[in-house]
Design a protein around this ligand. Structure first.
Ligand SMILES: *Cc1c(COP(=O)(O)O)cnc(C)c1O
Length: 359
């Protein structure tokens, strides 16, 4: 990997002040990684260089036909000061799957992880130290062939940027959701399983509709029968049935339209480790309404790399408005959240070999 260090890297005091501000995606580290691909030459040697704007021809394919994918993962400070990644090979695999679906070139796991480890090592001082804080890494790839012809691009660029992420969890605030029966996120045969910008572009109008209904987030249901619960915004969903040691922790089954979240997958294991039964099921809007009304469903939460776990309180739809439990974050939700965060930050033993030390 070619290394061209940033001669204008922020001084320590400035950097520490930016990291201490918390937030998410407001500041970026001193460096980024760029790697170009062409059909004729394959992947070039990646380069680590100063973070900054890039220049592209206005006729570049990605601007017109949206051929773009991304990933999201975090680097976590460990108790001894080391820095570790959480399941980076799972992100590498999903990035390759997304690339295949969007007719972009696949990048090897090894190359993907090498770029991440190099950026994290170089910008290690940007990794915050408190539990819940991290350095969020955003790998992405886009079509760079110049021309307006509609075809899979014969050129692509991979980039990696990083931003310090604060602990933005507010335990006193459960999110409210709008169950969208008007717009759908994904249909069988579409791009629901791929992490591509286009999925998000198509979701924003529904997010706007949710806000108009006074809700924080949109919940997606399936495209065909318009009744099966799939995801919340850019996060997967979990439901807790029952209470205490006998509780069952349930998540919608991966049908081909849901994004297979790494947090979702990790929580299936964590919940079992904590002694709960787990199920991957088809769960309808009626099941949601009836479950929270009868009290069988005691807790609901959403999960993803960025926010880890967010309790879901009120749900609203054209069928009415229902509250989950007493509207407060549930005990099992918080237990799972703290356990997962503990593994990521090295304060709870990682029995699954998920944590990968970088430096
Ligand atoms: C990224 C993403 C998730 C969560 O995936 P994680 O690997 O847990 O971060 C869930 N749903 C959508 C639509 C996503 O883009």
């Amino acid at each position: 990997m070619k290394i061209s260090l940033n001669p204008n890297a922020k001084d320590g005091a400035t950097r520490d002040a930016l990291v201490a501000e918390g937030g998410f995606g407001k500041y970026y580290t001193d460096h980024m990684v760029v790697c170009d691909w062409s059909e004729s030459d394959g992947w070039s040697e990646p380069e680590l260089k100063a973070y900054g704007p890039i220049s592209l021809d206005p006729a570049t394919a990605v601007f017109h036909y949206g051929q773009e994918i991304f990933e999201g993962l975090k680097a976590y400070r460990q108790p001894n000061g080391d820095i570790a990644l959480f399941r980076p090979t799972a992100n590498a695999k999903r990035f390759a799957n997304s690339a295949a679906r969007l007719a972009l070139p696949e990048m090897s796991e090894q190359l993907f992880i090498e770029t991440i480890e190099t950026l994290v090592k170089t910008d290690a001082a940007w990794v915050p130290s408190k539990v819940g804080e991290s350095l969020y890494l955003r790998p992405f790839m886009f079509a760079t062939e110049v021309g307006l012809g509609v075809r899979p691009s014969n050129k692509a660029t991979y980039m990696l940027i990083a931003t310090p992420a604060g602990a933005y969890f507010d335990p006193n605030k459960a999110v409210s959701v709008w169950i969208s029966t008007e717009y759908v996120r994904a249909a069988i045969g579409g791009t629901g399983e791929a992490k591509c910008g286009g999925n998000y572009a198509a979701s924003l109008v529904a997010q706007k509709a949710a806000a108009k209904e006074g809700c924080d987030q949109v919940v997606w249901i399936d495209a065909k029968e318009r009744k099966w619960v799939e995801e919340m915004g850019g996060m997967n969903l979990y439901f807790v049935k029952g209470k205490g040691a006998d509780a069952t922790v349930i998540t919608p089954k991966l049908t081909g339209t849901l994004l297979p979240g790494i947090t979702r997958d990790s929580i299936l294991s964590v919940a079992r480790d904590l002694g709960y039964k787990t199920e991957e099921v088809m769960l309808s809007i009626d099941d949601w309404r009836d479950g929270v009304t009868s009290g069988e469903i005691t807790e609901i939460f959403a999960c993803g790399t960025a926010a880890v776990v967010s309790p879901v309180g009120q749900a609203k739809s054209v069928m009415g408005t229902w509250k989950t439990g007493d509207g407060e974050p549930g005990a099992i939700t918080m237990q799972i959240r703290n356990h997962l965060l503990g593994i990521q930050h090295g304060t709870i033993v990682d029995t699954h070999n998920w944590v990968v030390k970088v430096c």
